[in-house]
Design a protein around this ligand. Structure first.
Ligand code: ATP
Ligand code: MG
Length: 633
């Protein structure tokens, strides 16, 4: 149990510290429009920027050549100097949809390249033949573009597939074999694992370790020709079975897998291990700074060992790429692991990958989180060398900040209660004018019809008000925003005591914007929609998908024994579907538009389930952090 807690590398106690740091940066950050990846003098420095700046100052990568496409030393050597001052890459495995953690990596890699005059490649790390699909490839390309980044610019098309390098990877493995740096091992996977030793005990060399280069080459060629079954042989790097770093105890670099690959079909039946493939992919692509998450730190010595050997053999161009690790994004109230996200979808806990509650970029897009919000978030949380946990509220704050700037205001009543203005003419209608954006007068106004019967929020009326309630109650005056001041005169109820309608009288000389209207000092300012002109729309109110900050990490009571699954922490009440009354201007709202519903929050017109003329709204985020409020009361 303790072990599992430690494995997640996160402790609750780190939360306040992290939040303190993040919060302290909140107000001093420049507005979202400046987070475009362009150089900005106010950007906080960090260890990655420092390394890049040091490399640029020293001219470390100045002499590199670039043939316009990935390749070994011989190909680049003939070409001109690389026009990119640095190259980074985002290397997803196409075995699932991207999640918020990937957004951090995308913003980091593409952002740094743009900032320092470099290029960022989108590379599909599709070296594992199983579980990879074209549908994921398409969705990932869409998500990167959606976040606002381009891998096709300035005359370069930097979209790559690691599987296109299989030929080079095999050739390099053969060169390593001939140079005595690799050998074919015919022990079983289980034996290899057992003989690797432990942290305190050296590994035991394989009896096949001393095979001659020729014998190894012949065996590797026969592996490639499909003569052996899966698992019969592997190729291992020959490094040091006694290395204190277990990753250097002759790691496996090639294995036999008789499986179809989604791009290369059945052309290959040997596939490279990730730890072998990744450094080579970086080097072929002239990557200068290979940014990865901390769990790869122990692999760095092998990364460097491999590239050094290949450069010595004249196969790779120097200077070689350098691996730099940063802490992955950990966020409260979500799970960020493809495996767990797949489980949520496959077991039907959500409606799909793009369910607005999912922490996937597809979900975010459908929910209405703006891409600029992710860029702002990435900049605000920064990068660090040690694991931390970010409160989900920080992400929501970033989304609000961006949405506040760009979302037009509209009125919708989510829990409608009828308000009758008894002294207003029965057939009368007049237009009230509401600004589309209070801070942006250039966005103009729209007309909202005002009539005798209006919808107001049920919670805006109390027959017997509690202390501090300033909205409608008998005898009280409130302003109907952009309209008149009304005095509540009572209500009508049904047999069960449920309020059916609220009654009031309006003050004809109080209309907003007319001379003398502000003589009435009222504390309540309510939104409303004319009953006759309202249109009804389905609204989905989303709450967090998990009830606890660290899903699955909670210690269950002793009778249940040990840890719980993250699935046990699913919030059973994370979506409420309601029928709201909307102002007429919302009737024609197009799919993908986001609005601020005054007093409620931001809502996006769903792209999938609505119909033209019948928009359906997803709540993106509330106006304020309702969880913080709940926690403090
Ligand atoms: P998962 O752990 O969800 O399976 P992954 O690391 O296997 O994700 P990849 O497709 O291999 O997914 O990741 C592509 C890139 O995104 C890698 O460079 C990886 O380091 C980075 N990445 C993945 N998760 C996070 C995260 N939570 N925070 C920051 N970067 C991440
Ligand atoms: Mg991975």
């Amino acid at each position: 149990m303790q072990q599992r807690l430690l494995e997640s590398s996160i402790q609750f106690s780190t939360l306040p510290k992290v939040l303190e740091k993040v919060n302290s940066g909140r107000k001093s950050n420049p507005p979202p429009s400046q987070f475009r990846g362009d150089p900005h003098p106010d950007r906080p420095s960090n260890f990655i920027r420092q390394q890049i700046e040091a490399d640029l100052a020293a001219g470390t990568y100045r002499e590199r050549r670039w043939s316009g496409r990935p390749g070994p030393q011989a190909q680049h050597a003939l070409a001109a100097i690389d026009p990119a001052r640095l190259r980074t890459r985002f290397p997803p495995e196409p075995n699932g949809y991207l999640h918020f953690g990937h957004a951090k990596s995308i913003c980091l890699n593409f952002g740094l390249a743009a900032e320092y005059g470099g290029r960022c490649h989108l590379r599909f790390d599709d070296t594992n033949p199983e579980k990879e699909e074209q549908a994921y490839v398409d969705a990932i390309i869409h998500a990167v573009r959606w976040l606002g980044y381009s891998f096709q610019d300035e005359g370069e098309d930097n979209l790559y597939f690691a599987s296109d390098y299989f030929g080079w990877m095999i050739a390099f493995a053969e060169a390593l074999i001939l140079a005595g740096h690799a050998y074919v091992d015919s022990q079983s996977a289980e034996t290899i694992r057992r003989n690797r030793g432990t942290l305190t005990e050296a590994g035991r060399p394989s009896p096949f370790r001393s095979r001659s280069p020729d014998e190894n080459l012949e065996l590797f060629r026969r592996m490639q020709a499909g003569e052996f079954a899966d698992g019969a042989h592997v190729v291992r790097a020959r490094i040091d079975m006694a290395s204190p770093n277990i990753n250097l105890r002759d790691p496996v670099i090639y294995r036999i897998r008789h499986v179809e690959h989604h791009r290369t079909g059945d052309r290959f039946c040997v596939y490279p291990m990730y730890t072998y493939a990744h450094p080579i992919e970086d080097a072929l692509e002239n990557i200068s700074h290979s940014l990865c998450t901390l769990e790869f730190e122990d692999q760095r010595p092998f990364y460097n060992w491999l590239l050094e050997r290949l450069a010595e053999l004249g196969l790779l161009q120097r200077p070689l790429p350098q691996q730099i690790e940063f802490a992955r994004l950990n966020l409260t109230y979500v799970v960020l692991s493809k495996r767990k996200l797949i489980q949520l979808v496959e077991e039907g806990h959500v409606s799909g990958w793009d369910d607005p509650r999912m922490p996937t970029l597809a979900g975010a897009e459908r929910r209405g989180y703006p891409p600029e919000g992710f860029r702002l978030f990435a900049e605000r949380i920064g990068v660090a060398k040690s694991e931390s946990l970010i409160d989900y509220a920080v992400l929501e704050d970033c989304m609000r900040e961006v949405l506040n700037e760009k979302a037009p205001r509209r009125v919708a009543v989510l829990d409608p209660l009828r308000l009758v203005i008894t002294n207003y003419p029965d057939v009368g209608v007049e237009d009230c004018f509401a600004p589309n954006h209070p801070q942006k007068p250039d966005q103009g106004q729209r007309a909202m019809p005002f009539a005798r019967e209006l919808w107001i929020e049920r919670e805006d009326f109390m027959e017997a008000p509690i202390k501090g309630f300033h909205r409608l109650y008998p005898g009280n005056l409130v302003r109907l925003r952009y309209g008149y001041v009304v005095r509540c005169t009572g209500c009508e109820k049904d047999g069960e005591g449920r309020v059916l309608r609220v009654l009031c009288e309006y003050l004809p000389d109080s209309r907003s914007g007319t001379p003398g209207a502000d003589q009435y000092k009222v504390k309540g300012n309510l939104h409303w929609v004319s009953v006759r002109h309202a249109h009804q729309a389905e609204v989905r109110l989303y709450d967090r998908l998990f009830r606890v900050p660290l899903p699955g990490a909670r210690v269950a009571d002793e009778t249940e024994g040990g840890m719980r699954s993250f699935l046990d922490d699913i919030n059973p009440d994370s979506v409420h579907v309601i029928s709201a009354m909307c102002e007429p201007a919302l009737a024609e709202a197009e799919a993908g538009c986001v609005f601020q519903f005054e007093r409620h929050g931001y809502f996006m017109v769903d792209r999938t389930d609505g119909r033209p003329g019948r928009p359906l709204f997803n709540r993106t985020v509330t106006l304020k952090d309702s969880w913080a409020r709940l926690a403090s009361t």
